[in-house]
Design a protein around this ligand. Structure first.
Ligand code: ZN
Length: 326
């Protein structure tokens, strides 16, 4: 073999080896990229899932706080203003369809976000389907329009979809995108419209100052959220039964001299009194004691710690009642 041929052969061999190395390196890099890509996609999905979970948790917590569903039967479900339903009527329909608790608030918020309470709301999608009525039921579900545009029927269809989805709202894009969050406050208001607040008598005579402090952190006797509103007034100011019932002595270490008034709508509890007045059966407005700072309020200004327990259950925020009555 001539020397030139030998040289060429060696160079060729060398180039082949280089090519092999480059190819191997390329393959390794591509594999690494793929692995990174997979991790990246998984990471993005994780973040999306976490943020969806957080959004749902937030709306649950928010919607569940202080919700009181007193008397749905007193809310009109009739259509008003053309084909628009009142917020309260929307709430009644949602409750009648089967929702309760924080999901009831969310369901009402979704309807407000989807249709604004317009019973005949219709929107057409690019894929040929339409979203119909209060909860914008998609026509793909195969319900006749005579039903989807009927408020009661629409509520029942919406609840059936929620049930079929494992009691979740995932079929509603307003929920998935969080658009319903802006309507939670309104939904909550709709659910509390019918509270008997106008019938209360202010539990503390003037001069007084209401505090909107339900749920505020308290540390006396261990951390707990404040279960009522503090009504500040000079010591000795009369404390009255907000409704007719039975005034029952309820003293405790933290609350000092306390009185419960047990009536038809539930009971209220007043704490830190300086002394008792009438106990036993009382009419609305009867003086049951006087503002003081007994119990753990010894170092704070005299006030009536006022709790509201509708239907003898957990304490709920009495602030709207107090605002209306005082
Ligand atoms: Zn208090």
């Amino acid at each position: 073999m001539p020397q030139a041929d030998g040289l060429r052969a060696r160079r060729l061999e060398e180039q082949r080896r280089m090519l092999y190395v480059v190819r191997a390196e390329l393959a390794r890099t591509a594999g690494e990229l793929k692995r990174h890509e997979a991790a990246l996609v998984a990471g993005v999905l994780d973040v999306r899932r976490a943020s969806a979970r957080a959004r749902k948790r937030q709306s649950k917590v928010y919607a569940g706080a202080g919700v009181e569903w007193a008397s749905p039967s007193r809310c009109p479900t009739a259509l008003e203003l053309g084909n628009r339903l009142s917020d309260c009527g929307l709430a009644v329909l949602a409750a009648a369809a089967g929702w309760d608790g924080s999901d009831l608030v969310i369901a009402v918020a979704i309807a407000l976000a989807e249709s604004g309470g317009q019973a005949d709301a219709l929107s057409f999608n690019p894929n040929g389907t339409s979203d119909e009525g209060l909860w914008q039921i998609n026509s793909a579900h195969g319900n006749p329009m005579s039903c989807t545009l009927d408020p009661r029927c629409n509520a029942e269809l919406a609840f059936a979809i929620y049930e079929a989805d494992g009691r979740s709202f995932r079929s509603w894009t307003t929920y998935e995108t969080g658009r319903h969050l802006a309507f939670l406050e309104r939904a909550k208001a709709a659910l509390t419209l019918e509270r008997p607040e106008a019938t209360w008598i202010c539990p503390v005579d003037p001069p007084r100052r209401l505090s909107d402090d339900f749920g505020a952190p308290r540390y006396g006797g261990g951390y707990h959220p404040h279960a009522g509103n503090d009504i500040f007034a000079p010591g000795g100011t009369p404390v009255r039964a907000p409704f007719a019932g039975v005034a029952v002595e309820a003293p405790s270490e933290l609350g000092g001299l306390g009185v419960r008034v047990e009536g038809a709508p539930g009971y209220v509890y007043n704490a830190h009194l300086s002394r008792y007045e009438a106990l036993g059966p009382v009419t609305a407005g009867a003086i049951i004691g006087y503002v003081g700072n007994s119990g753990n309020a010894a170092t704070t200004a005299p006030h009536d710690h006022f709790e509201w327990h509708p239907d003898y259950g957990e304490a709920v925020d009495p602030y709207t009642h107090l605002l209306a009555a005082c």
